[in-house]
Design a protein around this ligand. Sequence first.
Ligand code: MN
Ligand code: MN
Length: 325
Amino acid sequence: MPKKDPELDYKSPSTPNPFAPRFTEIATFMRMPIAQTLKDADIGIFGVPYDGALTNRAGTRHGPREVRNQSSLMRAINHATRINPFELARIRDMGDVPFTRMFEIEASHDEIEAFATMLLGADILPFAIGGDHSISLPLLRAIAKDGPVALIHIDAHADTTDSFQGSKFNHGAPFRRAVEEGLIDPAKTIQIGIRGTQNTSDGWDFSEASGMRVVFCEEFHEKGPAAIAAEARALVGDMPVYLTYDIDSLDPVYAPGTGTPEIGGMTTHQAQVLLRGLRNLNYVGADLVEVSPPFDAGDVTSLAGAALAFEILCLLAEVRSKRQS
Ligand code: MN
Ligand code: MN
């Protein structure tokens, strides 16, 4: 018998295990295994630790790590829908996009696009945790290669403004660029929760002139999240749809840890009802962005991010399981 070499035979006991005590082990998204291969995943959650395109307070590069940490608090079954995403799909933490040129926005966007393209090539449904909102543009470039997709965009901001400080790719512009590049169909786009002061109305005007449905937060509060979800479902139909969730859609009471907070926003409960009203759409990808831990208080924003990411994961797992059968 050859003698065992403890150096070579060592296997970390900290392989994520959803039934281990929740405070133990290395934090991964939803306590899912870190992917070792592209062959055994249906849904890939990955971090995009990037904040090079922010126009105001930075810090979203720290988002993925803290959302991973707070996602340790998630358990398996959604109490409202009874969906257990982990039974419906093989979910893996794909790690973070490995940046090599973080000081260049366009190069970083190319690296994000390449990472998502790799997952899509392996038939893995991509779910990105950001990162500032500029990351949605390269993700859409990867996803919409065969033509424009529908978009459900939940945010305080329309993110359809133009250049800032000489860059067309700042975090306030991704969906203007996505329209220009033919990545999203503006007539099949709904923006939900829009509010806050602006210096010009250019972004809102672009959204409405291009044909997007813009639901300002006053209308959201008046009609309620279930009615707005029903409208979004009807608008999107069975078209391939991308879901993008900016944490600043929440009121700063619930999500102070973000770069551009706006009062008058959604409660966490309203956000849950809204997302639960978006079941069984033809999802081709999703992201949750703008969690900025340096501005957080008691981890409430990262917790909200993790809990809403769980809701989105339930949506993705449900449709992914039906696609396989
Ligand atoms: Mn945004
Ligand atoms: Mn925003």
